[in-house]
Design a protein around this ligand. Structure first.
Ligand code: ADP
Ligand code: MG
Length: 233
């Protein structure tokens, strides 16, 4: 589903340049649930933004569902982004003056789906995250965990190939974090490919595979059972 080779990314700041990703090789198969772990500043968001086509690498190759992603023009890139990818962020990024169901239906509106289909899908996905009864509430009437569940429903509404979540539990207490990760696990059980960026080991442990990023390189890439086993050696 995802295949990247020797990816490099630097940020230019005046005459200086910060080399953030220093040769990343990484692939993800359909149906995986992968945590991208690492301390703050290790380059996790930079990597996720490149995978999400929100940013471009300087060098290296990237194939998403066998489509070469580098050098696409903005129109094509936006098309692929809408078709292939769903995003969830730490800060939810819901539209405050729209209800839960309107937020979830929004990606379908951009895809020019008919009203009936938008409503049906939005209700279906709100149901999947356990919020059917909250459909007509505004974000300000929802708890943090509920807001993130709406954001997950919205990210899934257009049925993307891959769900990308950047610190989805970063703004939540630990009980709510586990609830949100439960939902992410359920969605993965239904077959969705999911990448979760986190700096919290407990959250990474709820994924099936943990990729550890340090100073711009992958220092460990293991199935979660192997990580657990190695903790007892
Ligand atoms: P993480 O998500 O792991 O905390 P980031 O990918 O956000 O790490 O950032 C990696 C490094 O790149 C940090 O040192 C950060 O300050 C820097 N950085 C991130 N985005 C930018 C940007 N747009 N311009 C300049 N530097 C940036
Ligand atoms: Mg980050």
């Amino acid at each position: 589903m995802i295949e990247i080779k020797d990816l490099h990314k630097s940020y230019k700041m005046g005459s200086n340049s910060l080399h953030v990703l220093k040769g990343i090789d990484f692939s993800v198969k359909e149906g995986e649930l992968v945590a991208i772990m690492g301390s703050s500043g290790s380059g996790k968001s930079t990597l996720l933004n490149i995978l999400g086509m929100l940013d471009e690498a300087d060098t290296g190759s990237y194939f998403l569902d066998n489509v070469p992603i580098k050098g696409l023009n903005e129109t094509k890139a936006a098309q692929y982004r809408n078709k292939f990818l769903g995003f969830v962020f730490q800060s939810f990024n819901l539209i405050n003056y729209k209800t839960a169901i309107e937020n979830v239906a929004l990606p379908l509106y951009y895809q020019r789906k008919k009203r009936k289909e938008r409503t049906d899908k939005a209700i279906e996905y709100l149901g999947k995250v356990g919020l059917a009864e909250w459909a007509t509430h505004l974000p300000s009437e929802l708890s943090g965990g509920q807001k993130q569940r709406v954001a997950i429903a919205r990210a899934l509404a257009a049925d993307p190939k891959v769900l990308l979540a950047d610190e989805p539990t970063g703004a939540l207490d630990s009980k709510t974090s586990y609830e949100v990760m439960d939902i992410i696990q359920n969605i993965n059980d239904e077959g969705k490919t999911i990448l979760v960026v986190t700096h919290e080991p407990d959250i990474a442990d709820m994924c099936k595979r943990i990729v550890h990023l340090k100073d711009g390189v992958i220092v460990e890439d293991k199935k979660v059972e192997q990580v657990r086993a190695s903790q007892y050696v």
